[in-house]
Design a binder for this molecule. Structure first.
Ligand code: HEC
Length: 150
């Protein structure tokens, strides 16, 4: 049962990862930059999930996790106050509760680093830590991102 719940949670992260913003092309400036960051993290997360599913190239997961780790470290800089221009999905709550937003970004950075350090031979630990990373994405989105309409 616990497993099932985790699988569902990861499914949500992946669904949002695969679902690049429609207005992406219309975005400009820092809003566009962070959409690109998020999309890249989504691609790395998806790559990890595919490797785990196929049980192949598990030694490449550390590299994918490294990309997420690097991008996570730059996240908060891409949310300067007042960057609420169309078509952003960033909620004003980010700037009302900045400490919590920052904490969520740090959490992702830390959990991605842990995933980088899991041994490629340990499939169980890789899967477990992958879920934690995906949940770090979802956790922030739940609070700070406007859900997609469709
Ligand atoms: C600290 C909070 C936070 C974390 C952690 C986070 N995100 Fe996001 N994400 C956001 C916010 C806020 C937006 C909306 C940005 C905007 O539209 O300006 C977003 C948007 C996105 C988008 C849509 C991008 C687009 O083109 O519009 C994707 C995909 C995404 N995130 C994937 C991820 C993945 C995958 C992870 C984990 C590896 C992750 N995010 C971690 C806050 C976060």
């Amino acid at each position: 049962m616990k497993n099932l719940i985790s699988v569902v949670a990861v499914g949500i992260a992946l669904a949002s990862a695969a679902f690049a913003h429609e207005g992406h092309d219309h975005a400009t400036g820092v809003v566009k930059e962070r959409m690109i960051t998020m999309t890249s993290m989504g691609q790395s997360l998806l790559a990890i999930s595919k490797r785990l599913r196929a049980n192949k190239e598990l030694d490449k997961i550390a590299g994918d996790a490294h990309v997420i780790h690097e991008l996570a470290g730059k996240l908060t800089k891409q949310f300067p106050p007042g960057s609420t221009q169309y078509p952003t999905a960033a909620k004003p709550a980010i700037w009302q509760d900045w400490a919590s937003f920052e904490r969520q970004a740090k959490k992702l950075e830390a959990e991605a680093e842990k995933l980088m350090n899991v041994k490629a031979g340990d499939g169980i630990a890789l899967r477990a830590q992958f879920r934690v990373v995906a949940q770090a994405c979802d956790g922030c989105h739940e609070t700070f991102r406007t859900p997609k309409e469709k």
